[in-house]
Design a protein around this ligand. Structure first.
Ligand SMILES: Cc1ncc(COP(=O)(O)OP(=O)(O)O)c(N)n1
Ligand SMILES: Cc1ncsc1CCOP(=O)(O)O
Ligand SMILES: [Mg+2]
Length: 217
C-alpha cells in the first residue's frame, strides 16, 4: 500500500459525513445507509460525548458501520481512537491538536489516511510535517455538535490558509448547511464535513444530494 494521492484525497473530502450513535434520530446504521445512498464520499466514526457507547458495544457498532461503508466503497475513518482504528483495520484516523501526537499516529497507522485538525497557518504547516493527508478546519460556523469547539472563524480562515500556500487538501467543518456550503468551497475548501445537517435531516439521502450540488468542479 502507498499513501493516498492528494487528487484522490480531495475527491473523497467532497461530502464527508461525521457521526456517532449520539448524533442520530434513527438507528446509526439506518442513518449511515441513507447517507451513503445519497452519495457521501467519506465517513468518520465519531463515537464521543455523554452516553456514547464503550467497550465491546463501541467496537461492534464500528464494525457494523464499517461494513456498510465497504458495501458502498466509501473509506471508513475513526475519530481519535487509534487503537480502535487498528483493531478494525479502518482506512484512516482523524486526530485533533489535543489528541495523540499526530506524528506518532502516522507511524502507528502506516499508509492509512491521516486527518489532522488545524486552526491556524502554523498548525496547518505542522500537520503537513506530521504526515497529514488532509486537514480539518473549523468550526467555520457555530455548531451544536461539539461542546469544546474553538472560536468560530468563518470561511475566511480557509482563504487565509490558501493565501499562505497551504496546499494540503482541506475540509471545512462546523455548522455547515445547504445554505452556506458554497461559501466554504468558494474559500478554497476541497470538501465539507458535516454532522447535524445530514444526521438530523428528514430526508437524509436528499440532503446529501443537496450538499453535493454546492461543489463546482
Ligand atoms: C474532518 C474533521 N475535522 C475536524 C475534526 C475535529 O477534531 P478534534 O479537534 O480532535 O475534535 P473531536 O472531533 O475529536 O471532538 C473532526 N473530528 N473531523
Ligand atoms: C467535530 C467538529 N469539529 C469542529 S466543529 C465539529 C462539529 C460539526 O458538527 P455540525 O456539522 O453538526 O456543526
Ligand atoms: Mg479529536
Amino acid at each position: 500500500m502507498s499513501r493516498i494521492s492528494s487528487v484522490r484525497m480531495k475527491e473523497l473530502l467532497r461530502v464527508y459525513f461525521v457521526m456517532g450513535s449520539r448524533n442520530c434520530v434513527q438507528a446509526p446504521e439506518d442513518t449511515l445507509e441513507a447517507a451513503l445512498t445519497g452519495g457521501v464520499t467519506l465517513f468518520q466514526f465519531r463515537e464521543k460525548g455523554p452516553g456514547c457507547l464503550e467497550g465491546a458495544e463501541r467496537i461492534e457498532l464500528a464494525r457494523r458501520l464499517q461494513k456498510l461503508c465497504r458495501e458502498h466503497k466509501v473509506p471508513f475513518i475513526v475519530n481519535d481512537d487509534v487503537d480502535l482504528a487498528l483493531e478494525v483495520d479502518a482506512d484512516g484516523v482523524h486526530v485533533g491538536q489535543e489528541d495523540e501526537e499526530a506524528g506518532l499516529v502516522r507511524q502507528r497507522i502506516g499508509d492509512r489516511i491521516l486527518g489532522i485538525s488545524a486552526h491556524t497557518i502554523q498548525e496547518a504547516a505542522r500537520a503537513y510535517a506530521q504526515g497529514a493527508d488532509y486537514i480539518g478546519v473549523g468550526p467555520i460556523y457555530p455548531t451544536k455538535s461539539k461542546d469544546d469547539a474553538q472560536a468560530v472563524q468563518g470561511p475566511e480562515i480557509i482563504k487565509v490558509m490558501r493565501n499562505a500556500n497551504v496546499t494540503l487538501p482541506i475540509v471545512g467543518i462546523g455548522g455547515i448547511t445547504v445554505d452556506n456550503a458554497k461559501d466554504v468551497f468558494a474559500a478554497g475548501a476541497d470538501g465539507i464535513a458535516v454532522i447535524s445537517a445530514i444526521s438530523y435531516a428528514e430526508d437524509i439521502a436528499g440532503r446529501v444530494r443537496q450538499l453535493q450540488h454546492n461543489f463546482k468542479a
